[in-house]
Design a protein around this ligand. Structure first.
Ligand code: SAH
Ligand code: SF4
Ligand code: F3S
Length: 441
């Protein structure tokens, strides 16, 4: 059957989409190049904010129109976080959906498709077990296409229950894969020519998987082991929680050559009062200490972060404290969002919800400052050299793009460079969110 997977949300979803693709290809299905040409349409969804969830429902509406216009039969699957968090809504609002699989049940995709095809008339099939262990046990034996830079999920789920967040409900409790399983997966990626690996987890630095020696391995221990892989040029990991940043990871950044000197460390707010109401379990001072510890071991460390504005009860003073925090850290990059109330989370029913207009105003101010910092960070590289791993062709002839060790997008025009090359680039200028330069020979 020709299939297409529409992937939304975070990198953990991209990873899951790729695994579903492997499983379907292994079962003899083929990729379609557009929704129109597909007969099996899979939406791998995100529900982190209301807008993300609603995107699914509008896409399902569009697919319904397509189905009505066509004489062909379609199978529609909704997988991922909306499938788990709003399974009932999906079936009620879009009764034309055939298959619903939570993020820890995606390994069942080919089996559920086969079952649906057998009993097409009756068939609503769903599985939302939240059992991550099972998921990794049953992933495909064959890897099909891989890029130069790839992901490996090493940890899933979350026990933190930040009061705004759906992840603990959508992905379940924290689970770490065994080190042996991860190393084996990385070795298989190396055989396919992968050169950069990003380890993924909702709290990736809380990783505590079983090591081959029977001990619990930390993320730092796992990184040291993976760094030995032949052919691996760069290692990254996301997303880290400030609560678990320790000296061990800072030392890893000092000692492990292939480990990129950049860290995504979401702070969310610069006000201790707000952080406490968010249940983040750290203070602004502790966050700054993390930054300091890492910079002590790796002075060139680049920090990126996530921010939420307009959390319930956020005052003008709280917001000002966020601005002050940003000014202290100097971020290389950041994502910022208006607070979006999610059903079933503690913050959704808190008093003092902030009006949308005020959230929008604060977001604009915050984003202006963060953009300015990103530009200042990038400007600081003009005339200097960065090490770029080239991963894709640019729009123009001979143009090729990659990422620096600090995660900046870098473009050069150079016919002597191919995808997969790592090269020193002298930065000659900056664009709005990227660098341009020339290869040093
Ligand atoms: N595990 C990561 C974040 C996962 S969600 C961490 O703890 O930092 C990615 C980002 O989405 C969060 O960092 C947060 O900034 C944002 N986010 C999560 N829930 C949100 C909500 N209800 N409204 C707005 N932004 C939200
Ligand atoms: Fe969500 Fe908080 Fe867990 Fe991150 S740590 S996934 S924000 S509950
Ligand atoms: Fe979205 Fe689920 Fe990731 S809610 S951000 S796809 S963990």
């Amino acid at each position: 059957m020709r299939f297409i997977i529409k992937s939304y949300g975070c990198q953990m979803n991209s990873y899951d989409s790729q695994r579903m693709e492997d499983i379907l290809l292994e079962a003899g299905h083929r990729r379609a190049n557009s929704v129109e040409n597909a007969r099996l349409i899979i939406f791998n969804t995100c529900c982190i904010r209301e807008k993300a969830s609603e995107k699914l429902f509008s896409d399902l509406g569009r697919v319904r129109v397509l189905m009505n216009r066509s004489s062909e039969k379609f199978l529609i699957a909704v997988t991922g976080c909306v499938a788990q968090f709003q399974a009932k809504d999906v079936l009620r609002r879009a009764p034309w959906v055939n298959i619903v699989l939570g993020p820890q049940d995606i390994q069942q995709i080919a089996a559920k498709v086969a079952e649906s095809l057998e009993k097409r008339a009756s068939g609503k099939l769903s599985s939302t077990t939240l059992n991550a262990k099972d998921k990794f046990k049953h992933l495909s034996g064959q890897f099909f296409h891989r890029n130069i830079a790839e992901f490996i999920t090493i940890q899933e789920g979350c026990n933190n229950f930040c009061t705004y967040c759906v992840v603990p409900y959508a992905r379940g409790r924290e689970f770490s894969r065994s080190a042996a399983e991860i190393i084996q997966e990385a070795e298989r990626l190396m055989l396919l020519g992968v050169k950069e690996i990003t380890l993924l987890g909702q709290n990736v630095n809380a990783y505590a998987g079983e090591g081959p020696d029977g001990e619990r391995w930390s993320l730092a221990r796992l990184l040291a082991e993976l760094a030995q892989l032949k052919g691996l040029e760069r290692l990254r990991y996301v997303t880290s929680h400030p609560r678990y940043v320790d000296e061990g990871i800072a030392e890893a950044h000092e000692k492990i050559g292939v480990l990129a000197p950049s860290l995504h460390l979401p702070i969310q707010s610069g006000s201790n009062r707000v952080l406490e109401r968010m249940n983040r379990k750290y203070t602004v001072e502790e966050y700054l200490k993390c930054v300091q510890t890492l910079r002590k071991h790796r002075p060139d460390m680049a920090f990126s972060s996530d921010f939420i504005v307009g959390f319930p009860g956020e005052t003008e003073e709280d917001f000002q404290q966020t601005i002050e925090l940003i000014e202290k850290v100097m971020f290389s990059q950041a994502y910022s969002f208006r607070y979006s109330p999610r059903p079933g989370t503690a913050a959704a029913t808190m008093k003092d919800q902030v009006p949308e207009a005020l959230k929008a105003k604060r977001l604009r101010i915050l984003q202006d400052l963060l953009n300015e910092q990103q530009n200042a960070f990038n400007r600081g590289f003009v005339g200097k050299q960065v090490k770029v791993l080239f991963t894709k062709k640019g729009r123009h002839k001979n143009q090729i793009t990659g990422r620096s060790e600090y995660a900046q997008a870098v473009t050069v025009c150079d016919s002597g460079i191919s995808i997969g090359d790592m090269a020193r680039v002298e930065v000659t200028g900056i664009l709005s969110h990227s660098l341009i330069g020339k290869v040093v020979r």
